[in-house]
Design a protein around this ligand. Structure first.
Ligand SMILES: Cc1cc2nc3c(=O)[nH]c(=O)nc-3n(C[C@H](O)[C@H](O)[C@H](O)COP(=O)(O)OP(=O)(O)OC[C@H]3O[C@@H](n4cnc5c(N)ncnc54)[C@H](O)[C@@H]3O)c2cc1C
Length: 235
């Protein structure tokens, strides 16, 4: 059993790791890799660096220092912490780790893009106050089938598959409508403001979408263009 599992390897978690590991405690350090410090071009207020230091370099130095004492950062997303009779079980995808103590150094989030569903699942109201309903991500259920596989079926089976797919698609869209409203209501109940995006924000997203589509079309060629044309026609 580890003495302490530290969740988050930004400056806070790494500082804790250096101190605790230096005192010969068994430390495990889980991090899912999005320290805000990595975004700092050059920080000028970190003690010991009078000429400043880029955020990425600071993180690397701190990781190296922690590793010298045996606390190595492991790229893992912690999904749950379970209290046990003695200590805790820390759950990551594909495993759980026992620890006498758990130290949370998970930082804060300024903003992020997700569906209402992910916002609800990740308890977005704990970090943020506003949710803009941009519909950038929507949960959908779509039935896919390989065209060659479909063509290889006899006519009655093809018809049965297409009929079932149509029912599934209608059910999927209905579920999406109900679920989207439900998630928005739930995050409202938790105190978040659910708003429509301003014209500027909507125009910004449109521009990003156009750029992403243009980049994709460069790679996908005529076949991609046909997909986009069909999509635009259906709007
Ligand atoms: C553009 C920019 C410039 C900045 N400039 C400065 C500056 O000049 N000076 C200054 O003092 N501060 C600056 N800051 C602020 C500084 O980056 C933060 O104060 C600092 O990074 C906070 O450190 P932290 O360790 O608390 O959190 P973070 O650095 O955010 O680290 C938290 C870590 O926890 C991990 N994590 C979260 N949840 C989980 C989970 N469930 N499982 C596993 N890992 C998880 C994340 O992946 C992340 O790596 C700046 C921030 C930004 C965005």
């Amino acid at each position: 059993m580890d003495d302490c599992i530290i969740i988050g390897a930004g400056p806070a978690g790494l500082t804790a790791a250096i101190y605790l590991a230096r005192y010969h405690l068994a430390i495990r350090l889980f991090d899912c890799g999005s320290s805000r410090a990595a975004l700092i071009p050059r920080t000028n207020n970190h003690a010991g660096f009078p000429d400043g230091i880029p955020g990425k370099e600071l993180l690397q130095r701190m990781r190296d220092q922690a590793a010298r004492f045996g606390a190595c950062r492991e790229e893992r997303l912690v999904t749950r912490i379970e209290p046990k009779k003695t200590g805790f079980a820390v759950h990551v995808e594909g495993g759980e780790y026992p620890a006498r103590a758990v130290l949370l150094a998970t930082g804060v989030v300024n903003a992020f893009m997700s569906s209402g569903a992910t916002g609800y699942d990740s308890k977005v109201w704990e970090s943020l106050t506003h949710f803009y309903d941009t519909r950038a991500w929507i949960p959908r259920n779509v039935t896919f089938i390989n065209k060659a596989a479909l063509d290889s079926l006899d006519k009655p089976t093809q018809e049965a598959v297409l009929k079932a797919a149509k029912v599934a698609e209608e059910r999927g869209w209905k579920l999406w409508e109900n679920k989207t409203e439900w998630y928005h209501d739930e995050i409202k109940k938790k105190g978040m403001k659910v708003l429509q995006p301003s014209p500027e924000l909507a125009a910004g997203f449109k521009k990003i979408g156009e750029q992403l589509t243009a980049d994709w079309l460069k790679r996908s060629g005529a076949e991609g263009q046909a997909v986009i044309d069909a999509y635009k026609k259906s709007l």
